[in-house]
Ligand binder design. Structure first.
Ligand code: DGT
Ligand code: CA
Ligand code: CA
Ligand code: ZN
Length: 617
């Protein structure tokens, strides 16, 4: 079962509780757990495999037990009893925006809608026959609203189909450029999951600072690519772009901009955690600022920033906002309520371990997973850029080293001696090209003393039995190899673990490439015992890759966090198949940051000599 299916199930449980009139506490508990699971970036099943379900925010002992039953038997008896007597059509209707459990229940009951599959169609038919308007508690107006909500639902459940980061970045960039051209706007920022650099993005959230909020909102909804205005108010608007994606804009005055940035950056869980922490100090938080519930005496609250009308302190920056709460500034990537608030407090008070000093893009000194166009008769796709072009791209990125990790030659239709000959030719060819390229750029474009060093590497398949797809004597022609799983993703967990460890055991195997095999939106991670792999990597000085390719982004952030905690070293690579793709490195750095990784955890932040020593021993 996928995370979103599990989240949906828990949401349905909460809805059933609402219909049956259970206490508020239980309802909220299920909703919270559903939210948490929906936003997890690792599989719930992996938590279950490791007996760590309760590490998921919002999952307590009782729910952990239900989820355990779900994974063992495929159903949960307790849930079945809660759903008893409720038509499955209710849960389909709940997917219509704005339709709550009680009304969905009433609609299915009164209109005799029983089939989950056709529930929305039947509801629409009833509306068109005017039946809903005549129902108790409804009228013409609410019936029309419901019809328009059904249209929104049909437009393809916008948020279900999440965007990869570069796509969302590109959409956001255009809207931001548009907003920045407005004379009333002094500043524009991204908020929400896009600012936190979550691997996939539901909708785009933006902020604008202005003293003329209504003017800016009015201009925003006239952005040429808006298909429909979903919501518009004095402080913001939500629009649907013609491409089918949603953008939320919030506007705020410059003097209160910090609190708004903080609030709508989220995550929801971080905000809830922060609100609970603040309430204990008698402070109430909102997107407008901090309201003291009793007298405050801290010098962090400046009299001149008190807004008498609203009865709260305003903050220009997020730094000032966090500081007023007695916390060190928390980077957006860490705001998931997984210990960052506690760490920020410890750091502010100078007690115990604080927040990590997150790795940055400028720390990256090179990369070692780029595919060239050299025809090795490979098992998978060739790159489209030549070695020279890739070297130039590395020079442009200010790297000191580049590793070319082409796919290994196909083993099914070529003899060992052919493969060895191919590998030897490639090495010789690379040496020639490199030597003439580096001579040339040294005298023309690179500043004195700067060089791009080359590693001749390979990305080698680990076959289903754990054997590397390269004849032993061909290893002589590479400096090191990345080993990867490219087939038989469905092996049982212990077999997959053994397979990976066996592949990594080769002396020249230094890095496990795209370690979970996932493809966002199309393929789930394979199952593996990460604890065993982490331990192996630490003992044998192997590294795990953070693959910056936007559909991969694995190791995923939560596993990065565990790996880093255990001292596993990581390498961030783009897996480029064309020179321009080498610029995607930043998405891998984002994952590392979300996993609390520091510079010391990422091997390709090392200078050439140190990196070479690690790679070659
Ligand atoms: P997404 O769009 O699914 O990728 O995820 P987010 O995190 O961008 O979520 P979104 O767009 O629904 O809301 C943006 C931020 O606004 C969210 O991270 C936290 C804040 N926010 C939204 N609704 C609520 C709420 O009901 N309570 C609190 N405390 N914060 C909220
Ligand atoms: Ca969002
Ligand atoms: Ca939003
Ligand atoms: Zn690969």
């Amino acid at each position: 079962m996928t995370n979103s299916e599990i989240a949906q199930l828990l949401r349905n449980v909460a809805a059933a509780f609402i219909i049956k009139g259970a206490d508020r506490f239980r309802i909220i508990a299920y909703q919270k757990a559903a939210d948490a699971i929906e936003h997890l970036t690792s599989e719930v099943k992996d938590f279950w495999d490791e007996g760590k379900l309760q590490d998921i925010p919002g999952v307590g002992p009782a729910l952990a037990q239900h989820l355990d039953e779900l994974f063992r038997t495929g159903k949960v008896r307790h849930f079945a009893s809660i759903f008893k007597g409720l038509s499955p059509a209710i849960f389909t209707l709940l997917l219509v925006p704005g339709l709550g459990p009680k009304r969905a229940y009433q609609l299915t009951k009164t209109l005799k809608i029983t089939q989950a599959k056709t529930a929305v169609d039947e509801l629409e038919k009833a509306i068109r026959a005017g039946k809903v308007a005549r129902m108790e508690g409804w009228g013409e107006k609410s019936q029309t609203e419901l019809l328009s909500a059904i249209e929104t639902y049909r437009r393809g459940q916008i948020k279900e189909n999440r965007m990869v980061l570069p796509y969302a970045d590109e959409l956001a960039r255009e809207v931001i450029a548009y907003l920045k051209r407005l004379p009333e706007v002094t500043r524009v920022d991204v908020l929400g999951s896009l600012r936190r650099k979550v691997a996939t993005i539901g909708d785009i959230d933006l902020a604008a600072a202005t003293t003329k909020p209504e003017k800016v909102v009015a201009a925003f909804v006239k952005y040429p690519k808006v298909r429909k205005i979903i919501d518009q108010g004095p402080k913001g608007a939500t629009v649907l772009l013609s491409i089918g994606r949603q953008v939320d804009l919030r506007v705020q005055t410059p003097q209160a901009y910090g609190a708004m940035l903080q609030y709508f950056t989220g995550s929801k869980h971080h905000n809830i955690g922060l609100r609970e922490y603040s309430l204990k100090q008698g402070l109430s938080l909102s997107e407008h600022g901090i309201k003291p519930l009793k007298k405050v005496q801290s010098s962090k609250f400046k009299v001149q920033s008190f807004n008498k009308e609203l009865g709260l302190y305003e903050f220009e920056t997020e730094e000032a906002f966090y500081a007023a709460l007695g916390l060190k500034y928390i980077e957006p990537e860490l705001r998931e309520d997984t210990g960052e608030i506690e760490a920020a407090l410890r750091q502010a008070q100078g007690k115990g371990s604080g927040l990590p000093r997150l790795v940055e893009s400028k720390d990256i000194k090179g990369e070692v997973h780029a595919h060239s166009s050299f025809d090795l008769k490979p098992s998978h796709d060739l790159g489209s850029s030549s070695l020279e072009e890739l070297l130039q791209a590395a020079a442009d990125l200010n790297y000191s080293y580049l590793g070319i990790s082409d796919h290994n030659p196909a083993v099914t239709n070529q003899s060992e001696s052919e493969i060895i000959r191919l590998m030897k030719t490639r090495r010789e060819k690379f040496e020639q090209i490199y030597s003439s390229w580096s001579q040339r750029v040294k005298t023309t474009s690179l500043p004195a003393g700067r060089q791009v060093h080359l590693f001749t590497m390979l990305e080698v398949d680990i076959d289903p039995k754990g054997k590397l797809a390269l004849p032993e004597s061909a290893f002589a022609y590479v400096d090191a190899v990345i080993v990867s799983v490219h087939s038989s993703f469905n092996q049982p967990k212990d077999m997959m673990t053994k397979r990976i460890l066996s592949g990594l055991a080769h002396p020249k195997a230094k890095i496990l490439g795209h370690p979970t095999g996932r493809l966002l939106g199309s393929r789930e991670s394979y199952e593996a015992d990460w604890q065993a792999i982490f331990q192996f990597c630490v003992e044998k000085h192997k590294a795990l890759e953070i693959n910056a390719w936007p559909e991969r982004l694995d190791l995923p952030d939560m596993l990065v966090r565990q790996a880093v905690k255990q001292g596993v070293k990581l390498v961030i690579d783009t897996d480029s198949h064309a020179k321009v793709q080498m610029q995607l490195m930043t998405y891998g750095v984002d994952v590392a940051r979300r996993g609390w990784a520091e510079k010391k955890d990422i091997l390709n932040t090392m200078e050439y000599n140190d990196f070479k020593r690690w790679l070659k021993t």
